[in-house]
Design a protein around this ligand. Structure first.
Ligand code: RIB
Length: 303
């Protein structure tokens, strides 16, 4: 069987994840219960989930020439991601994450080496990008890199943009994508209208799709997922689990989407599968280290 090739172009951050009851008020000092540290960054997380699901995954990105950079490269290799194309410069990106008792997370990132990526880094990898079946992008690297890739590599590969954190992207660039994936906050930014429930997500998906004519997927955490493509608009509920840490859940979901599509699942089954993958992720503390392997995703037998 042909090996599916996935190329993720994106960020690597060394994450420091604190669990605490709530965020501090101005001038207040709070205690956290514990610290989990390890690999993060949306690019790295999405690459790890694809690799853990058995897809041949290469990550194009940059880390610092520091100990965080060493740890990030090591953890990509241990997760089965091809890390040969990761370059090093300056200081690594960092993710400072607060996970609250309800499992919700708040994240602040230091851009670091992620923002030293340049067009030459991409031009040096033309062959790799041309050979990819799937190219996955997020917004934790310079915007011009993502635009360059979308505009130049939209012919052969299925192109997925996770517009996270949300940025304004030109409409004609968005129209070259195959999938746009956003959460409710990012959808809200893109349409400048509240997206707080399933009905509003239906409207948002409709509105975005009418402008970009590409499949729009809006993730709503425990309220599930809304998808609009050329034929359908539908909602898929999330799996009922006790979420202890939602760090990277959206990234794990995207890995699940790529797996489902690559196996020829229907779009509905693909969303069900991706929901299942991310529901396993939120059951455990930590970032990509809590992402499931393919063998853990028992629901696969149902599809
Ligand atoms: O999506 C989760 C990720 O967002 C974390 O790993 C953190 O680094 C931020 O980039």
């Amino acid at each position: 069987m042909k090996k599916i090739k996935v190329v993720v172009v994106g960020s690597l951050n060394y994450d420091l994840i604190l669990t605490q009851e709530r965020l501090p008020y101005k001038g207040e000092t709070l205690y956290a219960d514990d610290l989990i540290q390890g690999p993060g960054g949306k690019g790295a997380n999405q690459a790890v989930q694809c690799a853990k699901l058995g897809l041949e995954t290469t990550l194009l990105g940059k880390v610092g020439s520091d100990r965080f950079g060493d740890a990030l490269i090591g953890s990509m290799q241990s997760a089965g991601v091809n890390a040969d194309k990761i370059k090093r410069k300056g200081q690594s990106g960092l993710g400072l994450v607060n996970v609250l008792y309800d499992g919700d997370y708040h994240s602040t990132i230091l851009k670091g080496a992620n923002y030293t990526m340049n067009i030459e880094d991409i031009e040096n990898e033309t062959e790799l990008l041309k050979s990819a079946d799937y190219i996955i992008l997020q917004q934790e690297i310079p915007q011009f890199i993502n635009e360059y890739i979308i505009e130049n590599y939209n012919k052969n590969a299925t192109l997925i943009l996770n517009n996270a954190p949300a940025r304004n992207v030109k409409l004609d660039t968005l129209q070259l994508l195959d999938y746009l994936v956003v959460n409710e906050t990012e959808a809200e930014f893109m349409i400048d209208k509240k997206v707080d429930n399933i009905d509003q997500a239906f409207e948002a998906a409709q509105q975005l799709h009418s402008k970009i004519h590409t499949t729009v997927i809006i993730t709503l955490g425990k309220s599930g997922v809304v998808l609009k493509d050329n034929k359908n608009i539908f909602h898929v509920p999330s799996h009922e689990v006790k979420a202890v840490d939602t760090t990277g859940a959206g990234d794990s979901f995207i890995g699940g989407i790529v797996y489902g599509l690559s196996q020829g699942y229907s779009i509905n089954d693909t969303i069900h599968f991706a929901n299942h993958v991310s529901s396993l992720t939120v059951k455990n503390k930590g970032g990509s280290e809590s992402f499931p392997l393919l063998k853990d995703c028992v629901e696969i037998d149902r599809l």
